[in-house]
Design a protein around this ligand. Sequence first.
Ligand code: ITT
Length: 191
Amino acid sequence: MKIVFATSNPHKLKELNEIVKSFGVNDIEFILPPESFDPIEDGLTFEENSLIKAKEANRLTGMYSLADDSGLCVEALDGAPGIYSARYAQTPQARIDKLLEAVKPYNNRKAKFVCSMTLVDEDGKTAFSYTGECLGEISKIQAGTGGFGYDPVFLVDGKNGLTMAELSDEEKNAVSHRGKALRKVLEFLEK
Ligand code: ITT
């Protein structure tokens, strides 16, 4: 079965394929949407935006489509950058710098990564959706080169002070928001 993965972010696609492989699923192939895929992400929640992306990929292809809307929510910042994580500043490094500066005044550095996945069927109707979370804290300095985005400043709960970017790909996928959401989607598809 071929499913469109409604994203323009190559890091998400890489992680998705790794997770699928680790799950031992061989009968599902994720393909990218056409180049014209450029959804207007004007939802107010991760769930709404993942539905917008999945529906747009379905509109362009008429195929089953899966979307991931994700981001980092920081408790002391009332959940920011949240759904605006990709647009928080111009470059990945500028986003990290801005985040560290914003969190500086607070003792509470609790944060979570959130990933909402929505699967729509050939008619564009929601077939399944699930939101995965990964709890942690914002570090004071960045460390590690793995993963992408905010991984170098996200200390993963239960990982002895390591940032997400210091975990191996397998370790990240085992605990990540994306790994949790995708495993539920795969369980649904296997049924
Ligand atoms: P698409 O909309 O095309 O899928 P995007 O990167 O714009 O790609 P989002 O709107 O869902 O996707 O924004 C997700 C942002 O949240 C992403 O660009 C990172 O800044 C951050 N993020 C999400 N998952 C992450 C992860 O596993 N590690 C680090 N940062 C992550």
